[in-house]
Design a protein around this ligand. Structure first.
Ligand SMILES: Cc1ncc(COP(=O)(O)O)c(C=O)c1O
Length: 405
């Protein structure tokens, strides 16, 4: 079965991840809950995207989406670089052996230790404030090492219809576009060279036209800003924002019109900015659909007419599916009974976790294959912002296992 709600094969009514049935994987891992990431699906996603995009577009993976080391190692081979957002992610990226020049470090409030590690490693630092630039200049002068610098810009525009906005209006992210000419002048005073610009307007967008509009505005902004300088930019990172469908009624993002617009933009960009590398920076789009979170039915009960499946998984492992990672209105992630996916008797249930809080919800009013105690419940679309974006120590339950299969 292949559908939006379930991209994985089903054999004998059981979910197959990485070529193996859930029951077999559960036996091998020996403990629930766990996250599974399907290696072949990630590989396919990257290669399908590359087939559609212009060859010259570089594809960076934003490690924050899923920092599981084997998955990061897989993407070190398949993508052109990494976006890191902390000293920890920087260490993860460097451990894959990827050349430092293909790592970019963005994020507000970088500590001295993080900046020093980044300068020492020779990765590109996306400067997020004038003060951060001064600190980098000081580290560079003290150590004799030249920091590799790009400026992250907070544009005046935002990414329309995005799940999350990181650009437009007042922001903790990046330097307001109005201040960029002064910061470039400051770089000249410090004798620092500008390698690139970074414009990240937002995340989780399923509307191609909104992404195209933000990309057009990003190219135009870069051209306006560079008109003031004689600097040859090495790269222009136009962010990403490619979303994946999580909820009923959402449609997958249509890449074709975005790719067509990028063909046009890169030609115009080359004409105006010279041999500049265009970078797309994606997280969830590369890994989100390839992941499932699997927990086990420990108990079931009926309370005043409502059937509850009580599982050993919940918000401590999967905050996003519980609806507590920034959602305004809680909606169910796609959920299946992993050993009774499509056949047999169905029932309408509330699936909850073991925590003593009404926030610990996996799915409400969801129709699943009628569950026996011991069945596995799988939350789909869980390959991004899952284990690492959840309060795993809350109530001192065991952390979720993770496997790339
Ligand atoms: C600077 C930056 N890059 C990349 C990402 C990855 O976003 P996504 O996983 O939605 O692609 C984010 C998300 O917050 C971000 O802030």
């Amino acid at each position: 079965m292949t559908s939006l709600i379930n991209p994985f094969p089903v054999v004998g009514d059981e979910l197959i991840i990485g070529g193996q049935p859930i029951s077999q994987l559960a036996g091998t891992i020996g403990q629930t809950p766990f996250y599974l990431y399907d290696r072949a699906m990630i590989t396919r996603r990257v290669s399908e995207l590359r087939t559609q995009l212009p060859d010259q577009i570089a594809l960076y993976y934003a490690i924050k989406a899923n920092p599981f080391p084997p998955l990061v190692e897989l993407l070190a081979v398949q993508t052109d670089g990494f976006d890191v957002a902390s000293g920890g992610e920087l260490a993860l990226a460097l451990a894959t052996g990827i050349p430092p020049a293909r790592i970019s470090f963005a994020g507000p409030a970088k500590t001295d230790a993080e900046l020093q590690a980044a300068v020492q490693a020779g990765v590109v630092i996306h400067v997020e404030s004038a003060h951060e630039l001064t600190r980098l200049y000081q580290f560079g002068a003290a150590s004799g090492m030249q920091p590799q610098i790009a400026l992250r810009i907070n544009p005046a525009f935002s990414l329309k219809a995005a799940g999350m906005h990181m650009g437009g209006g007042p922001q903790p992210f990046g330097i307001d576009e109005e201040q960029i000419p002064a910061v470039i002048a400051q770089m000249t005073d410090y004798d620092l060279s500008l390698r690139g610009l970074h414009i990240y307007a937002g995340s989780q967008n399923l509307h191609a036209e909104a992404i195209i509009a933000a990309q057009s505005a990003s190219f135009a902004l870069a051209q306006r800003l560079m008109a003031h300088t004689t600097t040859q930019l090495h790269f222009l990172n136009i962010g990403g924002g490619f979303g994946i469908p999580y909820f009923a009624g959402q449609q997958p993002l249509d890449i074709a019109p975005i790719a067509a617009a990028l063909y046009e933009h890169q030609i115009a960009c080359r004409a105006q900015l010279g041999a500049v590398r265009i970078i797309l920076e994606l997280g969830r789009y590369l890994v989100g659909e390839a992941g499932v979170y699997v927990c086990r039915v420990i108990d079931r009960k009926i309370s005043r007419g409502r059937t509850y499946l009580l599982t050993n998984g919940g918000l401590h492992h999967h905050l996003a599916a519980s609806g507590n990672l920034g959602q305004v209105i809680r909606k169910n992630y796609p959920v299946v009974n992993a050993c009774r996916v499509a056949d047999g008797e169905r029932e309408c249930v509330h699936v909850v976790g073991p925590l003593c809080t009404p926030l610990d919800v996996i799915a409400e009013d969801v129709t699943l294959g009628s569950a026996a105690i011991g069945d596995w419940i799988a939350v789909l679309q869980s390959g991004a912002y899952g284990a690492s974006a959840s309060p795993q120590r809350f109530l001192s339950h065991l952390p979720a296992q993770e496997r790339l299969v």
